[in-house]
Write a protein that binds this ligand. Structure first.
Ligand code: C5P
Length: 209
C-alpha cells in the first residue's frame, strides 16, 4: 500500500472583517514542492493548501483552506487517514479575537485590535497520534538561534522531526535547512533548490520508519 502523506502548505488568513485579514508571509513553495515530490515517489498525497498564488500539483487530492479555523477542521478530518503529516504551513500565531461581519469603517482614530493565540495545530495532532504515524514540522528562525529554537519546538510539540530553516528561505528559490530528529540525529543536505530538498526529505521519510 502506498505511504499516505498529508501535507499542509501556505499561510493562514485570519479575518478581521469581510475584507481584511492578518497573515504570515508564505509563498507555500516548499509545501507545493513536497507534494509534487511525494506524488513522484508513489505516495498517496493529500495537500491542505492555504491562500497562495501557485497551482497545486496534479495527481493528488488538494483541499483549500483560508483561516487557522478551516485548517483545524481539515486536520481533524484528514489526520487519522495519514501515515505521515508534513506540517509546512505557516500557521498564524495570533488571530483577531472578534470578527466584524461587514467592513469596519475607516476613521481618523487609532484602532486597537485584540489578538488571541492560535492553538498549536501540529502539537494537537502529535498529542493524539497513533504509534504508526509520524509528524514532521518546520521551524523558521534567525540563523543564530535556529538549531536551539527548532530543537525546543521539536520537543515541545512532540514531533518526530523538524526542518530547521533560516529566515532567508522565505521567498527564496533555495533552502539551506537541517533536519533534526527526535532521536538526536541531525542531517544537513546542503543548500538546495526547494524541489531538490523536497525530493531529499521525501526520500528520507520513505527510507525511515
Ligand atoms: O511555533 P512555530 O510557529 O515556529 O512552529 C512552526 C511549526 O508549527 C510549523 O510546522 C507550523 O506549521 C506549526 N504550527 C502549528 N500551529 C500554530 C503555529 C505553528 O501547527 N498555531
Amino acid at each position: 500500500m502506498p505511504l499516505r502523506v498529508l501535507i499542509t502548505a501556505g499561510p493562514t488568513h485570519e479575518p478581521i472583517d469581510r475584507v481584511r485579514y492578518i497573515a504570515n508571509r508564505s509563498s507555500g513553495a516548499m509545501g507545493l514542492a513536497l507534494a509534487a515530490a511525494a506524488r513522484d515517489a508513489g505516495c498517496d498525497v493529500t495537500l491542505l493548501l492555504g491562500p497562495v498564488a501557485g497551482d497545486p500539483p496534479t495527481g493528488i487530492t488538494t483541499l483549500p483552506y483560508s483561516s487557522s479555523k478551516d485548517l483545524t477542521s481539515q486536520l481533524d478530518h484528514c489526520f487519522s487517514g495519514c501515515d505521515v503529516l508534513i506540517m509546512a504551513a505557516a500557521v498564524a500565531d495570533y488571530r483577531p479575537k472578534t470578527y466584524a461581519d461587514g467592513k469596519l469603517p475607516r476613521t481618523t482614530n487609532a484602532m486597537t485590535l485584540e489578538l488571541e493565540p492560535v492553538p498549536d495545530l501540529v502539537a494537537r495532532c502529535a498529542a493524539g497520534k497513533r504509534p504508526d504515524q509520524r509528524i514532521i514540522g518546520f521551524a523558521l528562525e534567525e540563523p543564530q538561534v535556529l538549531r536551539k529554537r527548532a530543537t525546543e519546538k521539536l520537543k515541545r510539540k512532540g514531533l518526530d522531526a523538524i526542518v530547521a530553516n533560516p529566515l532567508a528561505t522565505m521567498g527564496a528559490a533555495d533552502i539551506d535547512a537541517t533536519l533534526i530528529c527526535a532521536n538526536g540525529d541531525t542531517l544537513t543536505p546542503g543548500p538546495l533548490p526547494k524541489a531538490d530538498f523536497a525530493k531529499w526529505l521525501v526520500g528520507w521519510i520513505s527510507g525511515t520508519g
